[in-house]
Design a protein around this ligand. Structure first.
Ligand SMILES: O=C(O)CCC(=O)C(=O)O
Length: 275
C-alpha cells in the first residue's frame, strides 16, 4: 500500500467548485483489487434467488469485510479533508452493470433521496473494475451542486435502477463528465450534484461500491428512515443526533431489513421534507 495522504488545497478547492473529484492515486493496487472482487463474490453468494446486487445495501452493518473496506484509512483521509474531522459512515451500495445490461441510473441528486440535514455528505465511488465511457461510467454535471435541490419525478423508465429522477431540460446534460476510473481508484461527489449513468453496451462488467459519509452535524429524520445507523470513522460525536450501529462480527453477512429512503417512504415523505 502506498503512503497515506490527504487532499491538496487545490483538490479541496476543485471539489467545492465542481462538486466532484477524480484523479487521485489508487487506493487498492492490482493484487488487492483482485482480492476485493473475489470477496465481493463471497458476499454475493448471500443473495437469495431473485435478488440482485442492488439489494446489497448497508451490508457493512453485517459484513466485517465490507465494513473494513469502508473504513480504509486512505479513503477516510480524503473524506475528512472535505467534511471535517468528526464524521460517520451510514450507507454502502453496489452499482453493478453486467455486460450488455440495459440498467440505467436516471439523473438525480442524492440529497433528494435522503432525509438528512444539513448537507454535509460525501459519496466515495470505488471502482472494483475499470469503469469508463464504454461500460457506462457514472456521469456528473459539474457545478450542479451549487444550484440547490430540484424537483424529481417518478421515473417512467422500466430500466432505471431508481424510481425518482430529474427530467430533461432541468439542467445542462451536454456538459456531463464521465468519471472514468481504473480498478482500485475512487471518485468523490457532493450529495447535491446531478449524476447518473447509461446502459452498459460493452462486454465488460462494471462494478462500483458507493460509500456515504456525513459530518456528525448531519441528522437523519428517523420517522422517514427508522433503520438509519451510524458508524463513527473519525473524531467524536458531539451532536448525538443519530443512533449508532453495532460492529459486524461475521466476515460475510447480510441484512434482511427493509431500507427506507425518501423514494421508498413515498410521496408523504417528500411532502414532509418540503419537496
Ligand atoms: O454507479 C452509478 O451509475 C450511480 C451511482 C450513484 O447514483 C451514486 O453513487 O449515488
Amino acid at each position: 500500500m502506498a503512503a497515506l495522504n490527504g487532499l491538496t488545497p487545490e483538490q479541496v478547492r476543485a471539489y467545492r467548485e465542481e462538486g466532484y473529484l477524480i484523479g487521485l492515486p489508487a487506493v487498492f493496487d492490482a493484487a488487492e483489487t483482485r482480492k476485493l472482487n473475489a470477496d465481493l463474490g463471497e458476499l454475493m453468494h448471500l443473495l437469495e434467488p431473485g435478488e440482485g446486487a442492488k439489494e446489497i445495501r448497508e451490508w457493512h452493518e453485517a459484513s466485517r469485510w465490507l465494513y473494513d473496506v469502508c473504513m480504509h484509512p486512505q479513503i477516510l483521509n480524503y473524506v475528512e479533508d472535505l467534511i471535517g474531522p468528526d464524521f460517520y459512515l451510514w450507507a454502502s451500495n453496489f452499482f453493478i452493470k453486467e455486460p450488455q445490461s440495459r440498467d440505467i441510473v436516471g439523473w438525480h441528486q442524492d440529497a433528494y433521496y435522503w432525509p438528512l440535514a444539513p448537507h454535509n455528505t460525501v459519496t466515495v465511488w470505488l471502482a472494483f473494475l475499470d469503469s469508463d465511457r464504454t461500460n457506462a461510467a457514472m456521469q456528473v454535471i459539474p457545478r450542479s451542486h451549487l444550484a440547490g435541490l430540484m424537483q424529481h419525478k417518478r421515473s417512467t423508465q422500466t430500466d432505471s435502477v431508481l424510481t425518482l429522477e430529474l427530467e430533461r431540460g432541468q439542467f445542462r446534460e451536454d456538459v456531463a463528465v464521465p468519471l472514468e476510473l481504473k480498478a482500485g481508484h475512487m471518485s468523490l461527489h457532493d450529495d447535491r450534484i446531478v449524476h447518473g449513468s447509461g446502459a452498459n453496451h460493452s462486454d465488460r462488467r462494471r462494478v462500483g461500491l458507493t460509500m456515504r459519509y456525513s459530518g456528525t452535524n448531519v441528522k437523519c429524520d428517523l420517522s422517514v428512515n427508522p433503520h438509519f445507523r451510524i458508524y463513527m470513522c473519525r473524531g467524536a460525536d458531539r451532536f448525538h443526533h443519530n443512533p449508532h450501529g453495532m460492529l459486524p462480527t461475521a466476515r460475510f453477512g447480510r441484512l434482511n431489513r427493509q431500507h427506507l429512503s425518501v423514494e421508498e417512504a413515498g410521496p408523504e415523505a417528500e411532502r414532509k421534507l418540503g419537496f
